[in-house]
Write a protein that binds this ligand. Structure first.
Ligand code: HEM
Ligand code: HEM
Length: 178
């Protein structure tokens, strides 16, 4: 019997997610490097990172750092389940998924900081290093985004549930229904 879905992702998490995704893709593919749109979209994403950092302490249960922080024990359990083909799912980020997500957030922060150094700090004017780090963060983030989307699609297929849609509506099927 179908019970009403669980409200898993609160609006802050969803707005954060699509803001980050939109700003990243727009800056990677469309905006003029270093120009106004590029800078303000980058800062917009960084402002969301600050909100998300705090939200991880006060937000809904699945949004909390404590819920999905990828500790060694959690990662080991997840990897063991994957290797042995055992079922693993939980109402919230998986440990490996959480690791990739935290990596993506840090790379986005790296983009914001190096962008700021290039644009606003005279000392770094014309220096190569911030641009090289900026470029590295952008490409590493693109690689993680690829992995992240592939994992979201794969897990959606495995669980027969549209996980990307859950990041839009916030709703997921309840655990006992799998
Ligand atoms: C393009 C850049 C993207 C970035 C930087 C990104 C980043 C993130 C981050 C940081 C989270 C954690 C959210 C939180 O806890 O606040 C997340 C979750 C998630 N993202 Fe993305 N994302 C991107 C694109 C996408 C796309 C295109 C999809 C859909 C195919 C997607 C599907 C998901 C899903 C389903 C989750 C929740 C995973 C779970 O159930 O544990 N993401 N993403
Ligand atoms: C979503 C975050 C961001 C992404 C994905 C992003 C991405 C990129 C990429 C792919 C490049 C080209 C690097 C290359 O030359 O190969 C670039 C260049 C640049 N970005 Fe960003 N960026 C972001 C945020 C920012 C911010 C916040 C600033 C400044 C406040 C900034 C300033 C610049 C500048 C000055 C350049 C170099 C222009 C030049 O070639 O001299 N970026 N960015």
């Amino acid at each position: 019997m179908n019970t009403p879905p669980l409200r898993l992702w609160d609006p802050v998490v969803r707005l954060f997610h699509w803001s980050l995704a939109g700003a990243f893709l727009a800056n990677y593919f469309f905006t003029e490097e270093g120009e106004n749109w590029h800078r303000w979209l980058g800062y917009y994403a960084v402002a969301w990172l600050a909100i998300r950092l705090l939200w991880g302490f006060v937000g809904s249960p699945a949004a909390r750092w404590a819920d999905f922080w990828p500790t060694r024990a959690r990662l080991a359990e997840h990897i063991r389940a994957l290797v042995s083909g055992r079922d693993y799912h939980r109402m919230g980020h998986s440990p490996l998924g959480g690791l990739v997500m935290i990596g993506m957030m840090l790379l986005m922060l790296g983009l914001g900081v190096t962008g700021f150094l290039m644009e606003e700090v005279d000392y770094f004017w014309g220096a190569d290093l911030p641009l090289q780090i900026h470029e590295f963060c952008a490409n590493a983030l693109m690689a993680l985004v690829g992995l992240h989307i592939a994992a979201a699609l794969f897990e959606s297929y495995r669980l027969q549930e549209n996980l990307p849609l859950s990041m839009v509506t916030g709703k997921r099927r309840k655990l006992e229904e799998y």
